[in-house]
Design a protein. Sequence first.
Length: 239
Amino acid sequence: MTPDVLYVKQRLQNYLSRIVELSKADAPPGKNAASGHFREHVISDPAIARCGMEPTMTLPEETQPLYNAFTFFYSMVQRAFRDNPNYYAHWSTHSSVLLPNLLAIGTEIVTLAIDIIQLLSAGNDDDKGKARESVARSIEATVHKIEASGSVWEGHHASGWISVGVRDAANATIRDYLDPGFAAGRASDAATIANIFRRMCTDLANLPTKGHEPWLRAEWQVKFQAILQGTIAALDSYK
């Protein structure tokens, strides 16, 4: 892999890795709400801010489209978190609330991550197996932690409109940057990274944007984190 493609890959990987770290540190406080602290840290974290800075090397013409796709995605996702403040709610009654069972969809969440590793990473089967196992254990631990915490009934938690902003960011990145810049069948290191990036965006665009009442659901944060973890593992396997 040429230094310029490696540079862009690492910038993308650094961004996703930091979001995952923040999501793990501030997991959803309950089954029915994504963490408002996670949202706040995404928009204020210095390491994330550095990921959005201008490149420190000159990128050749064939690599620039990949960097453009990253910077667009970065700016749109950051805007989704920044422009949708935490929402305060107090539920006076709990009887009508249909609470999610995260354990019941735990396998589905793990699959979101490991499918990216299996289908798009270029490492050998042993490396893929280790990556799948590591990601699965991490996600399962998160799911069990949230399920054990029960539900929350009041407070400032993440807004459901974040899901809409992330969906739009993913769709626009594919439509306006990845598809025009990397035609199907094109073989290059940059194209391989673009394919991994495209698969991640496709999965993010399919996350539900409805049913977040009154807050962004914990399920969304965990699935968002899982997709990013799978993408990180796939990127890491491609040297």
